[in-house]
Design a binder for this molecule. Structure first.
Ligand code: HEC
Length: 152
């Protein structure tokens, strides 16, 4: 819920670029944004994102867990995992859950944080720093791994 509030506010205030979402979010006030965030956060259906038809999920698993000291890559899991019953939820509520999301969605967001336009929401610089050292191969492997992670 905190994450949905953060992103909707970022679209409404022009801190996140999207031709679709900015005009939709702009007229929403704080109360409407809270209501929408609560509604979607309260839904219990399991999201079945599609797997990526490329990328090496096994290499992605290692990179996500340990990062790479050699390539200055931080562990994704240190921010995006570690909480919730299955350990796949982020510890901070304003950090998004990545596990089980759609493969292309993860792939595209990693490219966006690396190549721009980077959102100007309050904590986007953390993700910009995390994405900077990633190669195209790293991005494909990480997206393949996280997309394949459903509950458990
Ligand atoms: C220091 C903490 C931190 C680390 C390390 C980190 N992230 Fe993030 N990540 C964040 C935060 C915070 C956001 C939300 C940024 C924003 O507000 O725009 C985010 C956003 C994302 C998003 C986009 C979600 C969305 O809806 O916009 C993806 C995908 C992602 N991270 C994947 C990864 C992967 C893969 C790694 C490992 C290479 C990683 N992150 C490392 C904190 C981190």
């Amino acid at each position: 819920e905190a994450w949905l509030t953060t992103v909707l506010t970022a679209y409404a205030e022009g801190h996140r670029e999207s031709g679709f979402m900015e005009p939709l979010a702009a007229p929403l006030g704080d109360a409407a944004i809270s209501g929408i965030a609560a509604r979607y956060a309260g839904m219990s259906a399991t999201w079945q994102g599609s797997p990526l038809p490329f990328g090496d999920p096994e290499r992605g698993r290692e990179l996500a867990a340990q990062g790479s000291e050699h390539d200055d890559i931080a562990s994704c899991a240190s921010c995006h995992e570690g909480a919730g019953a299955d350990g796949l939820a982020p510890k901070r509520p304003d950090t998004p859950r990545i596990a089980g999301q759609d493969g292309y969605w993860i792939y595209n967001w990693l490219k966006m944080y690396r190549d721009g336009p980077v959102p100007s929401s309050p904590r986007a610089h953390l993700m910009e720093a995390a994405a900077k050292p990633l190669s195209d191969e790293d991005i494909a492997d990480l997206a393949a791994w996280y997309a394949a992670r459903q509950d458990g």
